[in-house]
Design a protein around this ligand. Structure first.
Ligand SMILES: Nc1ncnc2c1ncn2[C@@H]1O[C@H](COP(=O)(O)OP(=O)(O)OP(=O)(O)O)[C@@H](O)[C@H]1O
Ligand SMILES: [Mg+2]
Length: 326
């Protein structure tokens, strides 16, 4: 305004031409815009520096339980693939134990179901297997070797986990599956996708394996995300596969096909299926029923239905028509 005011007076007095005032005004506007950009840049750089510091601190964080063991002891002959002996878990900062006195064994090719109400400790139990948490009390053994005598990396190498909340990253389908096995070939990826019942929808997408997934998989449906997460766990052909509520977003037909495909895998992994629905675990070799952090029963679907009140209650609440028959 000052510029126009003074300029106008000068033009009036004949000292400046109108064109010169307009030019000056335009130059000033350009300079101002650049100054605003510079100020923005300074703010962005300061923010980036602070973020970089936090990211670096996170990357440098050492795992709490690296065990410090370099060599892998020989497995004990005849020991089960995985064994829990009276294992417990108390999360740091909580007074109540999340798990107590858990004992069971699981072997190659076996299907183990884990069922229980919400908060009963299902996710806690399966997170002890890949050592996401350390058990306190009791022992967890892998082929007869206690967990603390094994390098954590060697344990995780054998385990594929599909967590309850799937995390997908921005990038192609191929890149996301390769998180499971960095050097996986396209054939291996297709094989894993096919077992996870994901090949059909991936091939229907533009670009197939090159289809770009948005941050957090926001351009996929819940069930599609779950199936990609399963493929990611399968691609490394794990000895132990953990599915934590991984079919909750699948329709019954797809869920059934998925379970059939898993039981036909060449690598014959020991599969842990966590679910709140009895239909997802009813054909398992063994079902662990959890109640408030304790093992309330173990057995097959028919045995538990007969002998275990908690399992029966869960089942009948989902199939009320069977309750009427009784
Ligand atoms: N990281 C954690 N820190 C502290 N407490 C936890 C943590 N994770 C779970 N818990 C507690 O442990 C108990 C068991 O939780 P868990 O996640 O194992 O239940 P869940 O059976 O998997 O339930 P859902 O069916 O809802 O997934 C809950 O009481 C919960 O509050
Ligand atoms: Mg859970």
């Amino acid at each position: 305004m000052l510029l126009i005011w003074v300029g106008a007076l000068r033009v009036d007095g004949g000292k400046l031409t109108q064109g010169e005032v307009v030019a000056l005004y335009n130059y000033m506007a350009k300079i101002l815009v650049e100054l605003i950009k510079l100020a923005d840049l300074i703010i962005t750089i300061t923010r980036a520096l602070a973020s970089a510091k936090r990211a670096a601190a996170l990357i440098d964080t050492k795992g709490e339980d690296e065990n410090g063991v370099a060599s892998v002891p020989a497995p004990v002959a005849g020991a089960p693939l995985i064994e829990f002996r009276d294992a417990g878990l108390t999360y740091r900062g909580s007074a109540e134990p999340a798990l107590e006195h858990i004992s069971f064994t699981a072997d190659r090719g076996e299907r183990i179901g884990v069922i229980g109400g919400t908060g009963s400790g299902k996710s806690s139990l399966v997170s002890l297997i890949p050592r996401f948490y350390k058990n306190d009390g009791g022992e967890v053994l892998y082929s007869g070797v206690p967990a603390q005598e094994l390098p954590v990396g060697a344990i995780r190498e054998r385990i594929g986990v599909v967590p309850q909340h799937t995390a997908l990253f921005r990038g192609s389908v191929r890149d996301n599956i390769r998180w499971g096995k960095p050097d996986a070939t396209d054939d291996e990826i297709r094989e894993a996708l096919s077992a996870a019942q994901a090949l059909d929808f991936v091939e229907a997408k533009e670009g197939g394996l090159d289809f770009m997934i948005q941050e957090n998989g926001s351009n996929l449906s819940g069930g599609q995300k779950q199936r990609l997460a399963i493929a990611r766990a399968l691609v490394k052909k794990p000895e132990i596969l953990i599915l934590d509520d991984s079919s909750s977003a699948l329709d019954y037909a797809t869920d059934l096909k998925l379970r059939q495909a898993l039981s036909q895998l060449d690598s014959a992994p020991c599969v842990f299926t966590v679910s709140q629905r009895t239909v997802a675990v009813r054909d398992c070799d063994r079902i662990l029923v959890l109640d408030d952090g304790k093992l309330a029963g173990t057995g097959t679907h028919d045995e538990l239905l007969k002998n275990n009140p908690i399992y029966r209650e869960i089942h009948l609440s989902q199939y009320p028509e069977e309750a009427e028959k009784r």
